[in-house]
Design a binder for this molecule. Structure first.
Ligand SMILES: *Cc1c(COP(=O)(O)O)cnc(C)c1O
Length: 464
């Protein structure tokens, strides 16, 4: 392996600090500390500019489903760039990668989700969805049906539309979000918010907030409900089993559109092509991105049911992106789907590696710092707590313990993220049992170090 074209790490960090504004980062602080420079990757492992090897417990940002280093995707991109690097699909033209990818997605998606509107990312796709559901009801002669209901601590992207649909308080605190016409209900987060209720009662109660909100607003004003099958960025929040059936009942009863944001849960992460299949949900629209190309190219989109596509098609939809259905991104996505399908990666997740991860991860539940250790498919999380028995929060500012844990994890060459005081992973779907063992070993070492540190600093105190 050669690193001859790479400047010394300190030089790269200085350039980065001087000119590169990182997303979701306090850039002043990062500039002083220096970013870790990732130079290459293979399988589930990253290499940094110092030659250290990390296990990528987050599959990049929940996206590298087939793992790193698949040259087939590089070749698909190069082939497509030589043949047709770009063309648009706005003005009565199409091209082979976009139409083939749309057809393939229609084949893979459940029910009558047979139509695809492409975007460059998950955020853009949710902006599309917001406009599409409102235009749908306008064309149906019900323009007053324009409110979209979403959830606190949901994540639907970072554009004005996506950030507003999402329910991240820290995001809403900046830049005038949410935009009008979007309202939020509570999340089905039993561990953190369920109190003395059983998970099943709590899941039903949280779903019933949708019905209460619809009645409060007036059913004739509600266009759609949007949610992630399992919340990702919110902290890998796995809803109680009672939640989704009740949501489906309410959506059906009031005839509102259901948007499943499958940006993380799509393309195998929960052991089926789509998370909606894992939960038996019947959405009218699914948001896709991330695993669609395994992150090798930026691409997203909306998979739309027959009825909505038919109505939208009755007039010109004044919406689209220069890179909607970009041929190189579409060609790479097609190759990614071929690999997922032909190598049986999703079935292996469902039958072997997800059950293996579930057992290995659950073993962390006996750690004194861990209040719960849960997983679904290839998504898993831990709640850190100063007191297991009461599911207590820390007295310190939320996220303080999580950040300390994350720093130890990074030091142990394991990429594990913190969301507040939850630790989360979502590794590439191709991770092997051997690597799962190594991941969990590093996670346990990280918990031991965090526990010792918190105790030494007098931080194992519960909030009043
Ligand atoms: C990441 C994410 C998005 C936003 O996708 P981008 O490609 O970052 O714009 C939307 N929804 C969910 C559920 C996500 O996890």
């Amino acid at each position: 392996m050669t690193l001859t074209n790479i400047a010394p790490t300190a030089e790269l960090q200085a350039l980065d600090a001087a000119h590169h504004m990182h997303p979701f980062t306090a850039n002043g602080a990062l500039g002083k500390k220096g970013a870790r420079i990732i130079t290459r990757a293979e399988g589930v492992r990253l290499t940094d500019s110092e030659g250290a090897e990390l296990i990528d417990g987050m599959a990049g940002l929940w996206c590298v489903n087939i793992g790193y280093g698949r040259s087939e995707l590089a070749e698909a991109a190069a082939r497509q760039m030589r043949e047709l690097p770009y063309y648009n699909t706005f003005f009565q033209t199409s091209h082979v990668p976009a139409l083939q990818l749309a057809a393939k997605l229609a084949e893979l998606a459940p029910g009558d989700l047979n139509h695809v509107f492409f975007a460059g990312s998950g955020s853009e796709a949710n902006d599309t969805n917001l406009r599409m559901v409102r235009q749908y009801w306008a064309l149906k002669g019900q323009p007053e049906r324009c409110v979209v209901i979403s959830r606190r601590n949901g994540y639907h992207g970072s554009t004005m539309g996506g950030g507003s649909l999402g329910g991240m308080a820290a995001m809403h605190a900046q830049g005038g979000l949410p935009i009008p016409g979007i309202v939020h209900i509570d999340q089905p987060y039993w561990y953190g918010e369920g109190g003395e209720m059983s998970p099943e009662d709590f899941g039903r109660a949280r779903a019933q907030q949708l019905e209460e909100k619809i009645l409060e607003l007036g059913p004739e004003t509600v266009a759609a409900f949007i949610a992630e099958p399992v919340q990702g960025a919110g902290g890998v929040i796995i809803p109680p089993e009672s939640y989704w059936p009740e949501i489906q009942r309410i959506v059906d009863k009031y005839g509102i559109l259901l948007i499943a944001d499958e940006v993380i849960t799509g393309f195998g992460r929960l052991g089926h092509w789509f998370g909606s299949q894992s939960y038996g949900i019947r959405p009218h629209i699914m948001t896709i991105a991330k695993g669609l190309s395994s992150g090798y190219q930026p691409i997203g989109g909306s998979i739309v049911c027959d009825e909505v596509a038919h109505v939208i098609g009755q007039d010109e939809f004044n919406h689209g992106y220069t890179y909607s259905g970009h041929p190189v991104a579409a060609a790479v996505a097609l190759e990614n789907l071929r690999i997922l399908e032909e190598e049986g990666i999703i079935a292996r997740v469902r039958e072997e590696t997800a059950p293996y991860l579930a057992r290995a991860w659950a073993s962390l539940g006996d750690h004194p710092l861990v209040g719960e250790a849960v997983s679904r498919g290839m998504m898993a999380s831990l709640a850190l707590t100063p007191d297991k028995a009461s599911r207590a929060r820390f007295a310190a500012e939320p996220g303080t313990a999580g950040y300390i844990c994350r720093e130890f994890s990074f030091g142990n060459n394991l990429v594990m993220r913190h969301v507040g005081d939850r630790m989360i992973i979502a590794p590439p779907l191709v991770i092997t049992p051997t690597d799962i063992d190594e991941l969990v070993t590093r996670a346990r070492r990280t918990l031991d170090q965090t526990h010792a540190h918190l105790r030494a600093e007098g931080m194992l105190k519960a909030a009043a």
